[in-house]
Write a protein that binds this ligand. Structure first.
Ligand code: F6P
Length: 548
């Protein structure tokens, strides 16, 4: 019988509830007025990241109560169990060891009594050797031409990570190589990706942990057909133009890819935690093995910080607890991630899977319904674009939306000299937004500007909107690794407190099964009677519009 106290029956939870009531009416303006040091006191440094959490609706007491909650819910114990390789993903009976993917060569991390680190480095070495061959032109296609285009075919964790990191690290990529990412089963995605490419110069990287995901296998099959048709070649051409990233050797073989060209990873790497595994091969080809290793070192630095830093200085713990505070006690439903870097255009989309697939759960580890908020809706796009779109709602709408602002002191290397000066304007906006969100503009301040009385409410900014500022010198591979690990562990902390399994994703299964059932209804008109009334009628309309 389970004896664990449920989260919202814990005294630490009740204490936070009482504290929240006392907190009502305290504005961020008051918190800064009460403590002039707040802007420097509520900060942390982790590796290259400077983290300012002073613009949060918290006091020393709030933070202490939140840390108490983390202590009571066993966050540190679960963290240590994860790092030890215990099977903390209980519904799939799997260890959760993405941290082993960036462990140094001499580290020891055991799963079922076996040290996995040598295998991790063997795959990294194999990836590095292959990347070097592609980058140098030594690896040639079926007709002997060197590879100039790499098309990654994968979806979810087998796409979002490398696609996001490729964008993020463009300044470090070999600009003579074209990288494209295909994920959607909508044929338009592959159509546009191969458009204009010479098949003789194109390498397809088929990325799928299971090698059974219908979108990926369908796209990979179509890509193979395209290649062989265009090259007027037989199956023998596949070996030079297709490589696989997977845990499933059998299925890779069945597809016709030479397993010598398969880069392996393991079931203890979750899809959304996998881009620093073999799943990063296309990224490694683009940025080179050395940069890839720098990125892994960035991840590892934050892993070590999370594992060893005391609670008061532990950045992922802090960020996780802040999110719990707003979700549970301010009814915040969403969390905005707003990078002030064009190169981070896919960063939030990547975090959506990381966070929402991990913590979008409504039963606890024992399978009992939870009675508290779990993962938020994560959203956002790079600044300054959002400022001219949806920031209005954050500033003056009715919702509390905690937001992370991520910015860099220097633009990426190699930017056209004439554009470097724009960086200060970008960052002036970055700082202005968190200032406006926190402190707002009172009615008195508006009136003092001579604004007519009827417009005063419209021009008033309530402020009091919480934000975290994450500032780094430059967006390098190491900094990207640090940022991603920071979010990975933040998600971990929240799942641990909420008592959910952050490492399964059963919620994606039903749709997959139903799609398989519906496809023959659309193509052959067969089996519609088994569908519900709405879906059956929609399928009929679809067939008519499709001319069937
Ligand atoms: O969407 C479900 C999911 O299993 C993700 O967790 C995963 O990243 C994605 O599908 C792709 O899976 P695979 O790498 O096995 O093709």
């Amino acid at each position: 019988m389970n004896t664990t106290a449920r989260l919202n029956r814990r005294p630490e939870w009740a204490a936070l509830g009482t504290h929240r009531e006392q907190f009502a009416g305290t504005h961020l303006r008051d918190l800064f007025a009460d403590d002039p040091q707040r802007g420097t006191r509520y900060t942390l440094r982790v590796g290259d990241l400077y983290l300012d959490y002073s613009k949060h609706l918290v006091t020393d007491e709030t933070l202490a109560l939140l840390r108490e909650l983390a202590r009571a819910t066993g966050v540190a114990e679960l963290r240590d169990a994860m790092f030890r390789g215990e099977k903390i993903n209980t519904t799939e009976d799997r260890a959760v060891l993405h941290t082993a993917l960036r462990a140094p060569r001499d580290a020891v991390v055991e799963v079922d009594g076996e040290n996995v680190v040598p295998a991790v480095h063997a795959v990294l070495d194999k990836m590095a050797a292959f990347s070097d061959r592609v980058r140098s032109g030594e690896w040639t296609g079926h007709t002997g031409k060197r590879i100039r285009n790499v098309v990654n075919i994968g979806i979810g964790g087998s796409d979002l990570g490398p696609a996001m990191a490729y964008e993020a690290l463009r300044a470090y990529t070999d600009r003579d190589l074209t990288l494209r990412f295909v994920s959607n089963v909508d044929g338009a995605d592959l159509h546009e990706a191969v458009r204009g490419l010479d098949p003789a110069e194109t390498l397809f990287v088929v990325a799928s942990k299971t090698f059974t995901t219908i979108e990926t296998i369908t796209n990979a099959t179509s890509a193979r057909d395209w290649l062989l048709t265009e090259l007027k070649a037989g199956q023998e051409a596949v070996a030079k133009h297709f490589v696989a990233l997977s845990t499933n050797e059998e299925k890779v073989k069945d597809f016709g890819i030479d397993t010598a060209n398969m880069f392996e990873f393991w079931d203890w790497v979750g899809g959304r935690y996998s881009y620093d595994s073999a799943i990063g091969l296309s990224l490694m080809i683009a940025i080179g093995p050395q940069r890839f290793r720098e990125m892994l070192d960035g991840f590892h630095l934050v892993d070590e910080h999370f594992r060893t830093a005391p609670p008061e200085e532990n950045a992922p713990l802090l960020l996780g607890l802040l999110g719990i505070w707003y979700g549970a006690f301010f009814d915040a439903q969403s969390h905005a991630v707003l990078p002030y870097s064009h190169y981070l255009s896919k960063f939030t989309a990547y975090l959506q899977q990381l966070d929402m697939e991990s913590n979008g759960k409504s039963v606890d580890r024992e399978g009992r319904p939870v009675d508290w908020q779990t993962g938020p809706v994560v959203w956002g796009t790079p600044g300054t674009n959002g400022q001219h779109a949806y920031y209005q709602l954050i500033h003056q709408g009715t919702k509390l939306i905690p937001a992370d602002f991520i910015g860099f002191a220097r633009p990426v290397p190699g930017l056209l000299p004439g554009l470097v000066a724009q960086h200060d304007l970008l960052m002036a906006n970055f700082f202005a937004q968190t200032q406006a969100l926190a402190f707002g503009k009172t009615a008195e301040e508006v009136r003092a500007e001579g604004v007519p009385e009827e417009l005063v409410p419209h021009k008033t900014f309530r402020g009091d909107h919480p934000t975290t500022t994450i500032l780094a010198g430059e967006l390098t591979p190491a900094v990207l690794g640090q940022l991603i690990a920071l979010y990975e562990h933040k998600v971990f902390v929240q799942g641990a407190v909420w008592d959910i399994d952050s490492f399964d994703q059963w919620g994606v299964e039903l749709g997959k099964v139903l799609a398989k059932r519906i496809e023959p209804v659309l193509t052959e008109g067969a089996g519609g009677e088994q569908l519900d009334g709405s879906t059956a009628a929609l399928a009929d309309v679809y067939r008519t519009l499709r001319g069937r």
